[in-house]
Design a protein around this ligand. Structure first.
Ligand SMILES: CC(=O)N[C@H]1[C@@H](OP(=O)(O)OP(=O)(O)OC[C@H]2O[C@@H](n3ccc(=O)[nH]c3=O)[C@H](O)[C@@H]2O)O[C@H](CO)[C@@H](O)[C@@H]1O
Ligand SMILES: C=C(OP(=O)(O)O)C(=O)O
Length: 426
């Protein structure tokens, strides 16, 4: 298994291009199932997750043309040859579960394995299933699979989510585009990726209004058609590099940055004493910290537009070297502090109590071997390794490859010293 060797202590200086958003790309790829015409996605991030989903779509009969090294992906679901999404292909990645509703909408039935994804909590799919049932799908869960049929077709429904789930909102929205009549989603999630998906679906002929607010209305249509859509830039990748620059010090500009989607993080970085120049018109975010020590700042993760849970681990790495005590509260997932013991190996002082981590900043971290446990936890160890003195080895980096495109190349171009080593874990 590959690992990363990081020699810490170097400042980061330069520019980093932001890739297309993993969490948007995955749902946009699923949208191809809703039409028999070709969909072209540009600005596609080439990641383990997006490549893996492409394989699942191929299993279902989608023709995928996406040569290695290219950021344009062509998907054509002219004819589906299967409506079964097997365990091996769904267990690794949560977003693949979202093929269920589109397959029912297109074919009238589907059998989809219950999903996997990052092990950061129980992550049930009850809200997804409730939404599909409200639209007229008959569902059975048997042997780890959801078996679904909608003999009389799908019909619009009024769905009030018990909590704002990103995945369930997207799943219901995708499915409702082809249901008869109007669907109203209340207490919908408001993440920018949902707006990106709605934009693409509307280009395909869907009638969706309100995406990005907590009430989304979808007027079902008979048929969707092909389109070309550019995947929005990855706000989590951008936020991660912003924190890497803040932790290591230096002067880094992020190009193609979705500045408006990062308000909560920018506010926290400024509170911590980082100089942040945000230029929405130019889509750039400049991060500077020259010499001065970071100040401890507390944070609580919240649904968008609050501070994202997908940046919590990275913020904890940053606070590990801040001056003072910071309380980090995780409110979205119940088991998302697995990076804390690994950060402690590097010398961080963190006490986890329930949904809170108390981080007492230390002046310096020291390199050590550590284990990546999930996607964002992994990259928090990279950030800590960049700020630490000496050598850090991050083992099990397949997690990182799920969500960060050319991570070493992007950081090394700014002066980091990161090498990928293949072979056994330490
Ligand atoms: C591929 C993708 O886009 N992943 C993102 C998506 O995950 P995902 O879509 O899985 O996250 P959700 O917004 O659905 O989860 C939020 C909370 O709702 C709970 N819940 C969710 C669905 C359900 O049916 N029942 C239920 O109880 C979850 O366990 C969690 O506690 O949004 C999360 C929250 O911003 C991000 O961390 C993930 O990176
Ligand atoms: C939790 C994440 O991904 P997934 O929902 O696919 O597990 C993530 O992107 O941080």
């Amino acid at each position: 298994m590959d690992r990363l060797n990081i020699i810490g202590g170097a400042e980061l200086n330069g520019r980093i291009p932001v890739s297309g958003a993993k969490n948007s790309a995955l749902k946009l790829m699923v949208a191809c199932l809703l039409t028999d015409e070709p969909i072209t996605l540009t600005n596609m991030p080439s990641l383990a997750d997006t490549r893996f989903l492409a394989q699942l779509l191929e299993t279902l009969g989608v023709e995928v043309y996406w040569p290695k090294g290219e950021s344009t992906c062509h998907l054509n679901a002219a004819e589906l040859k299967s409506t079964i999404a097997p365990y091996e292909q769904v267990r690794k990645m949560r977003a693949s579960f979202n093929v269920l509703g589109p397959l029912i909408a297109r074919s009238g039935h589907a059998t989809v394995s219950l999903p996997g994804g990052c092990a950061i909590g129980a992550r049930p799919v009850d809200l997804h299933l409730q939404a599909l049932e409200a639209m007229g799908a008959d569902l059975k869960v048997e042997q780890g699979y959801v078996k679904a049929a909608a003999i009389r077709g799908l019909k619009g429904a009024h769905i009030v989510f018990a909590m704002p789930s990103v995945g369930a909102t997207e799943h219901a929205m995708l499915t409702a585009t082809l249901a008869s009549g109007e669907t109203i989603l209340e207490n919908a999630a408001r993440e920018p990726e949902i707006e990106d998906l709605a934009d693409c679906l509307n280009k395909m002929g869907a009638k969706i209004t309100g995406a990005g607010t907590s009430t989304i209305r979808i007027q079902g249509v008979e048929k969707l058609h092909g389109t070309t859509h550019a995947v929005m830039p990855d706000r989590i990748e951008a936020g991660t590099y912003a924190m890497a620059a803040a932790a290591a010090g230096g002067d880094v500009t992020l190009d193609g940055c979705p500045v408006e989607a990062l308000g909560a993080m920018i506010a926290k970085l400024r509170e911590a004493g980082v100089t942040v120049d945000a230029d929405e018109a130019a889509s750039t975010l400049r991060i500077r910290r020259n010499g001065t020590r970071l100040k401890a700042v507390s944070v609580s993760t919240q649904p968008h537009p609050g501070f994202p849970t997908d940046l919590q681990a990275q913020f904890m790495a940053l606070m590990s070297v801040a001056d003072g005590t910071s309380i980090i509260r995780e409110t979205i997932f119940e088991n998302r502090f697995m990076h804390a013991p690994e950060l402690q190996r590097l010398g961080a002082n963190i006490l986890v109590r329930g949904q809170e981590a108390v981080v007492k900043g230390v002046p310096h971290l020291t390199g050590a071997p550590v284990m990546a446990t999930d996607l964002r936890a992994s990259v928090s160890l990279v950030i800590a390794g960049l700020a630490a003195e000496g050598e850090t080895v991050v083992n099990r980096i397949y997690h990182l490859d799920r969500g960060f495109e050319r991570l070493e190349a992007k950081l090394n171009a700014c002066g980091a010293n990161i090498k990928r080593l293949s072979g056994e874990d330490e």
